[in-house]
Design a binder for this molecule. Structure first.
Ligand code: DQA
Length: 143
C-alpha cells in the first residue's frame, strides 16, 4: 500500500512554530517515526506553502500510484476552494488531519472547505493524528 502525506503552508516550520500549539518535533523527525511504525506501508511526504502546488500534488497522486492521501491543508483548510475542489475531484480517499483541535480555536478555524469530501477528519491529537489517519486509511482501503 502506498500513501502520500501532504502538508500545507507553514507546516515546514513544525518544531519551531508556536510549539505550545504544534509541539516541538520537526515533521522530518516525525516522518522517520511514521516509517518505522508502518513498515508495511510505502509512505511519501510533500509539503508546500503554495496553494497551486498542493492542488497539483492532489491531482497527480493517483497516477503516481498512491492509494490514499493524508492531507493537512493548514490555513488553506479555511480559505481554499481550489484545494477543496481538488479533494472533490480525485477518486482516492483523503483523510483530513489537524494537529491542533481547530474547534477549540478562533472562529475562522471552525470552517473547513475540505471536510465535506474527505473520507474522515482528525483534529486535536497532535502529530499522532497522522498515525490515526494512516490507520483509518489502511482499514478503509482493505474494506
Ligand atoms: C492546522 C490548523 C490550521 O488552522 C492552521 O492554519 C495550521 C495548522 C493544524 O494542523 O492544527 O496551519 O491545520
Amino acid at each position: 500500500m502506498k500513501l502520500l502525506i501532504i502538508n500545507g503552508p507553514n507546516l515546514n516550520l513544525l518544531g519551531k512554530r508556536e510549539p505550545d500549539v504544534y509541539g516541538n518535533k520537526s515533521f522530518d523527525d516525525f516522518f522517520a517515526d511514521l516509517q518505522f511504525h508502518f513498515k508495511d506501508i510505502e509512505l511519501a511526504m510533500f509539503q508546500s506553502n503554495i496553494e497551486g502546488e498542493l492542488v497539483d500534488e492532489l491531482q497527480q497522486a493517483s497516477e503516481r500510484g498512491f492509494h490514499g492521501i493524508v492531507l493537512n491543508p493548514a490555513a488553506y483548510t479555511h480559505t481554499s476552494i481550489a484545494v477543496a475542489d481538488a479533494v472533490a475531484a480525485i477518486s482516492i480517499p483523503v483523510v483530513e488531519v489537524h494537529i491542533s483541535n481547530v474547534m477549540d480555536r478562533e472562529r475562522i478555524r471552525h470552517t473547513s472547505y475540505v471536510s465535506k469530501n474527505a473520507s474522515g477528519t482528525i483534529s486535536g491529537f497532535g502529530l499522532d493524528g497522522y498515525k490515526l489517519a494512516i490507520q483509518g486509511l489502511k482499514q478503509q482501503l482493505k474494506a
